[in-house]
Structure formats: structure tokens, C-alpha cells
Design a protein around this ligand. Structure first.
Ligand code: ADE
Length: 204
């Protein structure tokens, strides 16, 4: 079982993601627990404000350090060696081996930034791992957090019925995927390759 604690300004973005398909199965099978922490609950002020203008000027707002620190401390209190991931285009590009490296971790914290950045002191003091999901800029870490959670969920025991299916996926063994076909054997005059219909597993 793996527990992923997500700190976000937009918990509702996760609701449908977590209630459908593989992430839902992983939770039903008690292999995955996801907690959603609304950063505004840790604002410490009645306006629930969690961002502020950047020192030195420039466009965009920065997530203040105190709410993030309070939320992280609340989650990790009394626990040791909990990886704290921050999704940022500056991080290491996510790969299948990085996903796998978290599989025997009991608990993970994921910090979703939004708007421009989070205060750098949070990165220095708390963040253990910075990950990018690609060389493009998103408006926040929520979609990367879902990408990461899905990639983990499908590898957990008993979540995908056919373990061979998870293992034989593209990237799982460094090989590219191969073309797949299902019925009908002919579609718009395009036939499924003969060998796949042959039942000769060695040749296939
Ligand atoms: N936050 C914004 N863009 C991102 C990206 N490409 N990967 C990870 N986190 C991000």
C-alpha cells in the first residue's frame, strides 16, 4: 500500500480522476490511499490568502512559505524519510524507472505549485525531489500529480488483472510498443496481419 498526500489549491481537480478507472481500482483494492490537503486551510489568515507578490518584482504571484511549511509539517509529523515531491518544469524528466523507484515507499508528499512559483525556501528546506513531466509549462502541478499518481497506481499489486499487461507496456522494458489489433479482422479494407490470426505464438 502506498499513500500519496497531495497539497493543492485545487483539490476538486482530483475528484473525477480519483473516482474512475485504474486510480479508483487501486484505492478500492486498498493498494493506494490519496489524501487531498487544501493549502488554503493552512493560510493562517481569515482571507485564506496563500500567495503574494514576488520580491524584486516581475509578473505572477508566489506561494507563501508559511502555509506550505505548515501543510507539509502537518502531514509528515512523526514520520521519517517521507519523500516530498515538487512538480516543476525545472525538475528531472519523469521516466518509468523514476516511477518504479517510489513503489516501495510507504508514503509520499506531493506539493502542487500554481501561478508562478513557490517560495524558494520551501524547495531548499523540504523538497527532496523535483520532477518535470515534459518540456512545456503548465499552470500548476495538479496535472503532473495526476500523471504521477496514475503511473504508480497501475503498477500496484492486483490493480491490473494481467500483470503481463503492465510489464509489457511501452517503456516498461525499454522497448517501443507494437501495433495492436482486435476484431473485426478486416476494417475499411484493412486486414489484421496474417501472423496474428495464425495462433502460432512463437511467430507472433
Ligand atoms: N508545472 C508546470 N509545468 C510543469 C511541467 N511541465 N512538469 C511538472 N510540473 C510543472
Amino acid at each position: 500500500m502506498i499513500k500519496i498526500n497531495i497539497i493543492t489549491l485545487f483539490p476538486a481537480m482530483f475528484y473525477s480522476f480519483l473516482s474512475e478507472s485504474i486510480p479508483a481500482i487501486a484505492q478500492r483494492e486498498r493498494q493506494l490511499v490519496v489524501t487531498l490537503t487544501d493549502l488554503r486551510d493552512f493560510s493562517g489568515n481569515k482571507h485564506r490568502q496563500v500567495d503574494d507578490y514576488p520580491y524584486g518584482g516581475g509578473a505572477g504571484m508566489v506561494l507563501k512559505p508559511e502555509p506550505l511549511a505548515a501543510a507539509i509539517e502537518f502531514i509528515v509529523r512523526g514520520k521519517e524519510n517521507v519523500p516530498i515531491i515538487y512538480f516543476t518544469p525545472q525538475g528531472e524528466l519523469l521516466r518509468q524507472d523514476i516511477v518504479r523507484s517510489f513503489l516501495d515507499t510507504a508514503e509520499i508528499v506531493v506539493v502542487c505549485g500554481h501561478y508562478k512559483e513557490i517560495d524558494h525556501r520551501i524547495r531548499e528546506k523540504y523538497i527532496t525531489t523535483e520532477i518535470s513531466i515534459g518540456d512545456y509549462v503548465l499552470s500548476g502541478g495538479e496535472l503532473p500529480a495526476m500523471v504521477f499518481t496514475d503511473a504508480i497506481a497501475r503498477l500496484l499489486p492486483g490493480v491490473i488483472n494481467d500483470p503481463e499487461s503492465a510489464m509489457s507496456d511501452s517503456h516498461e522494458n525499454g522497448l517501443l510498443g507494437f501495433p495492436c489489433y482486435t476484431r473485426p479482422s478486416e476494417f475499411l479494407s484493412m486486414a489484421v496481419p496474417e501472423v496474428l490470426l495464425s495462433g502460432n505464438h512463437k511467430q507472433i
